[in-house]
Design a protein around this ligand. Structure first.
Ligand SMILES: C[S@@+](CC[C@H](N)C(=O)[O-])C[C@H]1O[C@@H](n2cnc3c(N)ncnc32)[C@H](O)[C@@H]1O
Length: 250
């Protein structure tokens, strides 16, 4: 048996051998300033160029559904004019930022704290580059689908609800199927704040699995929603089939 001081020295040496890796070591935040063009609308923002291996960090880059949504909105910008909008699963914020060029209020939401960091950075970037509608209210908020505390916080500040709820590419992975009902719960609560017909949910859907295609139609019906495919929007985006749905309460 060694002396107490020798044991102490060994313990110190062992402690020095332990390499501490905090969470940030595993997170890729090498965002690149990237330019996207939708018709006459040019948007510059920070994003990753390829997905992280962590499925919960999908929001660090721009997805095909956002390209589909932004193409559709920029061709039909009259539907945004003067509106209040809440976006679900905003990621880096490309859709919300486009909306803020036309809308009076845009709330961009996401559940992932790392994603919320880059989302806030992109909002600052956009506000400092003073776009054509600098008077639009643009803010990020934490909203995990199905979390009534998060939704309650948002609704405390925005009691009248929103004209439009938007979602681009917000359920991509078959093993995330359990979040689909929660997504529709939150969307339904947001739609119900207004009288029927005064709020609609626009969804840019990209098909990656047949199971998911039927899951979203089933969930919509179970939540009392009419899911109308917008004519002429079915197209190929990033080698996949995409479509815009306009959703309202029955
Ligand atoms: C595939 S990304 C799409 C991001 C962006 N809309 C786009 O199209 O580029 C899905 C987004 O939904 C968010 N998300 C996933 N599950 C969520 C949940 N349960 N609650 C809230 N946001 C969620 C992710 O953090 C991510 O930002």
């Amino acid at each position: 048996m060694g002396s107490e001081s020798e044991q102490g020295r060994k313990a110190n040496e062992e402690e020095e051998d332990i390499v501490c890796l905090d969470e940030s070591f595993f997170i890729n935040d090498d965002y690149q300033l990237t330019t996207f063009t939708f018709g006459s609308n040019v948007i510059e923002l920070y994003c990753l160029q390829s997905a992280s291996t962590d499925f919960d960090l999908t929001g660090q880059l721009v997805w095909p559904g956002a390209m589909l949504m932004n193409g559709y909105l920029s061709e039909n910008a009259e539907i945004l004019q003067g509106c209040s909008v809440l976006e679900l699963g905003s990621g880096v914020g490309i859709t919300g930022v486009l909306c803020s060029k036309f809308c009076r209020k845009v709330i961009l939401t996401d559940h992932n704290d790392e994603v919320l960091k880059i989302l806030n950075k992109n909002i600052d970037l956009y506000e400092h580059s003073s776009g054509p509608n600098p008077s639009a209210e643009l803010e990020a908020a934490k909203l995990e689908w199905g979390n009534s505390d998060h939704l309650g916080e948002i609704l405390k500040k925005h009691k009248d609800g929103f004209d439009l709820i938007l979602g681009a590419d917000i359920y991509i992975l078959i093993f995330q199927q359990s979040s689909v009902p929660l997504l529709f719960d939150s969307a339904e609560q947001l739609l119900r704040i207004r009288e029927p017909g005064n709020c609609k949910f626009i969804l840019a859907y990209v098909s990656r699995a047949k199971q998911m295609d039927s899951a979203i139609l089933r969930e919509g019906a179970q939540h009392g929603m009419l899911m109308n495919e917008v004519p002429g929007t079915r197209c190929t985006v990033g080698n996949l089939e995409g479509v815009i749905f306009e959703i309202a309460l029955k």
